[in-house]
Design a protein around this ligand. Structure first.
Ligand code: GRF
Length: 208
C-alpha cells in the first residue's frame, strides 16, 4: 500500500479523484496527508470529509525557506509518505525537498508539456494560451518533479482535442476529465513498482 501525501492549493478535484480511486479499491494506495499553503482551500475541506489529516503549511509560518522545508519534510517523514502528489499546488518546491524525494514527487499539468508550461502558466492561462496558439490538440501531462516549474521526466500524457469554437473554460473542463483518470492510473503504476526514471526518460515496465 503506497502512502501518498497530496499537496494542493485550490479546489482539489484531482485530490478528490485520487481519494475516490483509493476508496473504491482501484489503486493500491492511500492518501495519508493533505498539505496546502492555503488555509481555506477546497482541498483541505475535502481531506477533512474523508478523515484524512489536513495540514496548512505556509511559508509565512516560518522564518525562512530552510525552516519551511524542515517542517514539510518532517510532516512527510512522520506520515511515512512514499510518494508526493502535487495537484494544483502553486508553490515551487525547493531543491532540498526535491532532493529528499528525488523521483518520488509527481505533478499534473493541464497541457502537453514541454509546451504551455512554466512559472506563469497555470489555471485558465494555460488553456487560453493553447487556444490562442491555434493548436488542434492539448492534453494532460504527469511528470516527475525536478527543480523547475513544469519540468522533469514525463511519466504519462493524454491528448485532448481543441475544438474550433472552444473557450478556455470548455477546454479546461475537457482536460480535467482526463486529469481525473490519468493521475490515479499513474499512481497505480508506482504502486506496482513499474516506473523507472532514466535521465530524461521514464520507462514503464510490464506488470508482474
Ligand atoms: C489542474 O488543472 C491541474 O492540472 C493543475 O491545477 C489544477 C488543479 O485543479 N496543476 P484541482 O484543484 O485539482 O481541481
Amino acid at each position: 500500500m503506497l502512502r501518498l501525501a497530496v499537496l494542493a492549493s485550490g479546489g482539489g478535484s484531482n485530490l478528490q479523484a485520487i481519494i475516490d480511486a483509493t476508496e473504491r479499491g482501484e489503486i493500491d494506495a492511500r492518501v495519508v496527508l493533505v498539505i496546502s499553503n492555503n488555509s481555506d482551500c477546497g482541498a483541505l475541506a475535502r481531506a477533512g470529509k474523508h478523515g484524512i489529516e489536513a495540514l496548512h503549511l505556509s511559508g509565512r509560518q516560518f522564518p525562512g525557506q530552510a525552516e519551511f522545508d524542515a517542517g514539510l519534510l518532517e510532516a512527510l517523514a512522520e506520515h511515512e509518505v512514499d510518494l508526493v502528489i502535487l495537484a494544483g499546488y502553486m508553490k515551487l518546491l525547493s531543491p532540498t525537498v526535491v532532493k529528499a524525494y528525488r523521483n518520488r514527487i509527481l505533478n499534473i499539468h493541464p497541457a502537453l508539456l514541454p509546451c504551455f508550461g512554466g512559472r506563469e502558466m497555470y489555471g485558465m492561462r494555460v488553456h487560453q494560451a493553447v487556444i490562442e496558439s491555434g493548436a488542434k490538440f492539448s492534453g494532460v501531462t504527469v511528470h516527475v518533479v525536478d527543480e523547475k516549474y513544469d519540468h522533469g521526466p514525463i511519466v504519462a500524457q493524454r491528448v485532448v482535442p481543441v475544438h474550433q469554437d472552444d473557450t478556455a473554460e470548455n477546454l479546461a473542463q475537457r482536460v480535467l476529465i482526463q486529469e481525473h483518470k490519468i493521475y490515479p492510473q499513474v499512481i497505480q503504476l508506482f504502486a506496482e513498482n513499474r516506473v523507472r526514471v532514466e535521465g530524461n526518460h521514464v520507462r514503464i515496465h510490464s506488470a508482474g
